[in-house]
Design a binder for this molecule. Structure first.
Ligand code: TAP
Length: 487
């Protein structure tokens, strides 16, 4: 049954948009080489003008970060650094509504998700890492692990504030300073975060934010004053960055793409599994690196699962992301919409059967109806390539061994899901699936205490948990007092 809901739009009054935003360097906003516009993907309305950082601006940001590292942050006791991180976490909570509305405006994701997932998790990452700042000597990396120095961080547009938190919180907790480049299409919450750093009295230069496009990211990656690069984004750009860093001696962690298998066995409760399938692929319009974009269903329950899935997809509400009833928001950009369209056309051309939920699409903005493909073969592009949109490819299997073979038949290895009531089968599957994160009878669950990261072309390094600290510490370093992250 489909219920009709009256509109329930969240007010945008809480957000004060400036006409234009500068770069955040050395604790204040400054000009840069040129400007570009950021729009709302739901309405194509221009939200603000943002500064494009050129190589000389990146240079200023790295110099500010180096100075803050040497004079302030690396010599500050861990317990003092922790106080700043706690303060930032609390301000994120206090300004949660403002951050959620701004994220939804700039990214197009439903307010329900930015309000209930992105922003609370971003605060949780700062709280979690604030707690580590004075306990790094007990993290299993020796009694006095050292910070690395200045970290360059490049993040994508799908979880702009959350990816910032995943990067900035552990780097700062471990005593590093950062220069962060947000994605071109979603810079606004990073710039609001810069204001939060000011509000928290974070020493100038500890966090620097340079907005821009891929060229800005390239300049940051190539800068000789950077000690480590942390990148989240596509596998294609990740490979380019790996090549650039290979000859520089910079440390590197890469969080890249995925094509996760969500495996449903015949003993799984169908309704619960269908909720997990929907959450796995339609959460955040499928703009999720660990999305369950390949559904593997045991042949004996295929008809039941597909019928229930189509029924459930028919109830998804697509539209105004600021409406609290909306399930599926806007695609983040015209370029991403075109990419989704191209891969969907290839699925049709290669012989797979397409079914899209019968939901009307708004006239303005970038939209794609939740879609499934059946009759998919392993060789189809839609079964192999990351679509990064609300499109699910459905395959079948007969035995657990076949499920493993199909699930692992991918160049990626970021996440996977298993649905069954047998604990032994969950453990059997988990030990054979080649993925960094495996969910059992749930999907897309995140916790700052749990390490996240990939195998194979999904990258290397972990974010979150004790393991994530390693990416920001010189674990082979000596116990000298200077630069000791736990002083
Ligand atoms: P990319 O196109 O790779 O962009 C990611 C970031 O890198 C953006 O800030 C981008 O700037 C910048 N960039 C582009 N070219 C660059 C270059 N040559 N050198 C340095 N930086 C460069 O990815 P995307 O389309 O924004 O994000 C989607 C991808 O991210 C998907 O593949 C998804 O799976 C992956 N992702 C992975 C994870 C994890 S944790 N594994 C999490 C989220 C997303 P512009 O925005 O200005 O182009």
């Amino acid at each position: 049954m489909r219920f009709e809901y009256a509109p329930a739009p969240e007010s945008r009054a809480i957000v004060t948009l400036r006409d234009s935003y500068g770069l955040f360097i050395g604790g204040s906003f400054t000009g840069g080489s040129s400007v570009f516009k950021t729009i709302s993907p739901a309405s194509e309305e221009v939200l603000a003008e943002v500064t494009h950082a050129g190589p000389e601006d990146v240079d200023r940001a790295v110099a500010a970060a180096r100075q803050a590292y040497e004079r302030t942050w690396s010599v500050m006791p861990g317990r003092e650094r922790g106080k700043y991180l706690f303060r930032i976490a609390r301000i994120i909570q206090e300004r949660a509504r403002e951050l959620a509305v701004l994220e939804t405006l700039d990214n197009g994701k439903p307010i329900r998700e930015s309000r209930d997932v992105d922003v609370p998790l971003a605060a949780a990452h700062f709280f979690y890492h604030a707690g580590w700042a004075d306990k790094l000597g007990y993290a299993g990396f020796g009694p006095s692990p050292r910070s690395l120095g200045v970290v360059g961080q490049v993040i994508p547009w799908n979880f702009p504030l959350l990816m910032l938190a995943w990067k900035v919180a552990p780097a700062l907790a471990c005593g590093n300073t950062v220069v962060l480049k947000p994605a071109e299409t979603t810079p606004l919450t990073a710039l609001l975060f810069a204001e939060i750093c000011q509000q928290a009295d974070l020493p100038p230069g500890v966090v620097n934010i340079v907005t821009g496009d891929g060229a800005t990211g390239q300049a940051l990656v190539a800068h000789p004053g950077i000690d480590k690069i942390a990148f989240t984004g596509s596998t294609e750009v990740g490979k380019e960055i790996a090549r650039a860093c290979a000859v520089s001696g910079k440390r590197l962690t890469l969080e890249l793409g995925g094509k996760a298998a969500n495996v449903v066995f015949d003993d799984a409760p169908v309704d619960q599994a269908v909720e997990g399938i929907v959450n796995g692929i339609f959460f955040n319009q499928g703009h999720v690196c660990c999305a369950g974009s390949r559904l593997l269903v045991q042949e004996s329950v295929y008809d039941d699962v597909l019928a229930a899935l189509r029924r459930r997809m028919g109830t998804l509400r697509l539209g105004d992301p600021l409406d609290k009833n909306t399930d599926v928001g806007a695609i983040n950009s015209r370029a991403q919409l075109d990419k989704i369209g191209e891969l969907v056309s290839s699925g049709e051309a290669e012989g797979a059967a397409r079914w899209s939920a019968p939901c009307p699409l708004p006239d303005r903005g970038f939209w794609f109806a939740p879609t499934i493909f059946t009759e998919v073969s392993q060789a189809h592009r839609i079964a192999r390539e990351e679509i990064f949109g609300p499109v699910l490819s459905v395959l079948t299997f007969r035995t657990p061994a076949e499920a493993i073979e199909k699930a692992n038949n991918t160049p990626y290895g970021l996440s996977a899901g298993v649905w069954t009531e047998k604990g032994s089968l969950i453990l059997w599957m988990a030990s054979r699936l080649r993925a960094g994160v495996i969910w059992a009878n749930t999907f897309n669950r995140f916790d700052p205490a749990s390490p996240f990261g990939g195998y194979k072309e999904s990258g290397f390094g972990r974010e979150g948990g004790r393991h994530g600290l390693e990416a920001y510490l010189d674990v082979a370093g000596s116990a000298d007092a200077a630069g000791s992250a736990d002083a």
